[in-house]
Design a protein. Sequence first.
Length: 114
Amino acid sequence: QVQLVESGGGLVQPGGSLKLSCQASGFTFRLVKMAWYRQVPGKERELVATISFDSLRTTYADSVKDRFTISRDNAIQLVYLQMNNLKPADTAVYSCYSFPHNYWGRGTQVTVSS
């Protein structure tokens, strides 16, 4: 069955960096468009970034453009989110998402605070 397991979250100071990873299994990862979402309690889930199956096309929310980078390694079925210059407003649970399966992982907590 489809599984998405995120890791790499934690506590970081404003201006710091984190790199999130999402290990995929149970489907043909190399053919699937993927994304990262984030959610704060009491708010709607927000689409952060997407990446095509071949890494040729990426999109970003305006709030993270020029700070976050999505990438993937199809050989080991991983999708990444490199987050730089983090701000307190980036605090959320970050989850990866598979478009054709409409499926999210459980997420990893990112907290940006001094």
